[in-house]
Design a protein around this ligand. Sequence first.
Ligand code: PDD
Length: 285
Amino acid sequence: MSRIAYVNGRYVRHAEAGVHIEDRGYQFSDGVYEVCGVRGGMLMDEELHLGRLQRSLSELRIPMPMSLAALRIVLREVVKRNEVANGMIYCQVTRGVAPRDHPFPPAGIKPAIVITAKRLNEARVAAAVEKGVAVMTMPDQRWARRDIKSVSLLANILAKQTAREAGAYEAWLVDPDGFITEGSSTNAWIVDKDGRVVTRPLSADILGGITRHVLLEAAAREGIEIVERPFTVDEARTAREAFVSASTAIIIPVIRVDDMVIGNGAPGSTTMRLRRAYAASGVLS
Ligand code: PDD
């Protein structure tokens, strides 16, 4: 089966899909994206992802490329055409194609949209969940509007690469005051000495993760206390448990922060309880 992408109104073979060289996403990172998990062929937390897409676009004053109703149909069609049961869908919207110039192009330029889908490497995710992963702390070098899911991910990818080269799965980014903001592509969580689950509150410092949002609701239902407050690198290194959250893998336990082993070096019980709580909300098998 060949992969199919949706590009500006057409379904095309993934291998041949392309965008214009003067797409402002390509030249200026002038665009936003969403990554939505797919389970059993269904989009997980679809409305929350669509809501965040609309918000990111509106913060950058990029119009929606099509109605929400049309977008829902196209998203389903891309999942179907790619025969993705468990995986993810990627949707990117840029300000469109115009001669390279820093100011916004004249009104009437249509935003450009690309949608792709791919299968999840389930064995790899299962192994990471079972064993846990290492994270490495480093300075957060991103811009000041991390709440916008911008395709401008240069600081994120450099951080991720640094972590990977050091044998860690994820980079935990640190603000100038020594507090963790989030991971390079995940939200960051710890269980503190008192057994409370801690994650940084929403602000422009972090992306408002959809998984983070759903986990907060699931935890409340299960009676798991979560405190939204910033936590330091030292707290992370000496935490009882730690984990990361993102749409594709939901929760991955963290068993090492820099050179410090977390807990007994195995995924923590509260972490796994939260993972089950998320599953109980019906979107994770
Ligand atoms: N990353 N923080 C950052 C910086 C992210 O890029 C992501 C998601 C998250 C978690 O958000 P959510 O729970 O909505 O997936 C937090 C996606 C998966 C990516 O860039 O591929």
